[in-house]
Design a binder for this molecule. Structure first.
Ligand SMILES: Cc1ncc(COP(=O)(O)O)c(C=O)c1O
Length: 363
């Protein structure tokens, strides 16, 4: 048995869609991207969607459109993928790390409020592993301090907060379609927004600041998505709800079958529709094995796992020289004891039963 932690689901429909683009001769940005932007924005319930070539570019462009620049501070959770913070640094601004809730792993709103200074301009909340963060609490803080709210929804396509899709709660929602995400284009990203002015700025930023052919009105980047990627995205979007449902069913299976002392299963907060980009367990002191030993054990049984994330961002070599290492103790503890199990939509009943049986035998 070999069960990888992630498995991209690509079928004949995606292959045909890409072949059509290749045959059309339009390999760069064209009709397919415009169609994907409209469909993705509709799906999220937002007015605009602006496609990018990856999720990091989406975050960077959103921060620039929010006017984040030198000297500004942006509050970000310490427990996330590096891009949540590095996109802030790319603007010349400073990420200010805040801790997360130890059960849901998402940004702790109380600490966001504590970290606000006169230099704070924005907050990035991450819908981590597919579970929305406490949107309302963070929105209220942003509104009362006149801060921009950016949703990092790279791992949460289709996740719901109080029944509404993520991506439309902040000034900007940023998505990734990287090859292991809940929907994929290989590499790719999207920014959702409800304001026309934001969408227009994003179009300039992602295309060389070009307002007319060879007329450049601001500093911009080449962050364009190709029609090849968009063609895959259009097909994947149709299947997203089905894939997310399978991920949720797989998670439910684990929830009702896994049982080992010291193994803490994911906690889903009220009113959250979790789409399980990752199924992340925690190993406490009562668990019979150390994490590395457990990883090795599962590997010998053919079960792939991953640690998301082994180092909290404030302790990354990139940030450690100028950030307090102990400022986010929950994130630090989580990085020492979390482990992601396979939850992707291609897992079958036999594989799930095998994984649970293998884990439950741990002594
Ligand atoms: C939380 C989070 N933010 C941002 C990104 C960046 O997306 P990309 O890899 O498409 O640049 C990722 C992707 O892994 C992510 O997981």
């Amino acid at each position: 048995m070999h069960i990888p932690i992630a498995r991209p689901v690509i079928g004949q429909e995606e292959i045909s869609a890409v072949s059509e683009v290749l045959a059309s001769g339009m390999l760069a940005q064209g009709e397919r991207v415009a169609e994907f932007e409209r469909k993705f924005a509709d799906y999220c319930g937002t007015t605009y969607g602006v496609a990018t070539n990856n999720g990091t570019a989406a975050l960077h462009a959103a921060l620039l459109a929010a006017d984040i620049g030198y000297g500004d501070e942006v509050i970000v959770p310490a427990f996330s993928f590096i891009a949540t913070a590095s996109a802030v640094s790319m603007c010349g601004a400073k990420p200010i790390f805040t801790d997360v809730n130890d059960k849901t792993f998402t940004i702790n709103p109380e600490q966001v409020a504590e970290r606000i200074t006169p230099k704070t301009k924005a907050v990035i909340g991450v819908h981590l592993f597919g579970q929305p963060f406490e949107v309302r609490a963070v929105q209220e803080i942003c509104e009362s301090h006149n801060l921009k709210l950016i949703e990092d929804a790279a791992q949460a396509h289709g996740a719901l907060y109080h029944g509404e899709k993520v991506g439309g709660f902040g000034h900007f929602g940023c998505f990734s379609f990287y090859a292991t995400k809940n929907m994929i284009t290989g590499e790719g990203g999207m920014i959702t927004t409800n304001e026309k002015a934001n969408a227009e700025r994003l179009r300039l930023i992602t295309n060389h600041g070009q307002s007319e052919k060879y007329l450049h009105t601001r500093l911009g980047y080449n962050y364009r998505m190709t029609d090849i990627a968009a063609a895959i995205g259009i097909v994947q979007l149709k299947k997203l709800d089905k894939y997310n449902m399978r991920r949720r069913k797989n998670a439910e299976y684990y929830n009702s079958h896994l049982s080992v002392p010291g193994l803490i299963l994911p906690h889903v907060a009220d009113a959250m529709y979790h789409v399980y980009h990752q199924y992340v367990v925690r190993l406490t002191g009562d668990f019979p094995m150390k994490r590395q030993e457990f990883i090795e054990y599962l590997k010998t049984k053919g079960i792939g796992t991953a640690v998301h994330y082994p180092i909290p961002i404030q302790r990354q070599p990139l940030y450690a020289p100028v950030h307090e290492p102990d400022s986010c103790p929950v994130s630090t503890r989580l990085s020492e004891n979390v482990l992601s199990l396979p939850v992707h939509p291609l897992l079958d009943g036999k594989e799930l039963a095998y994984i649970c049986d293998t884990i439950n035998r741990v002594k």
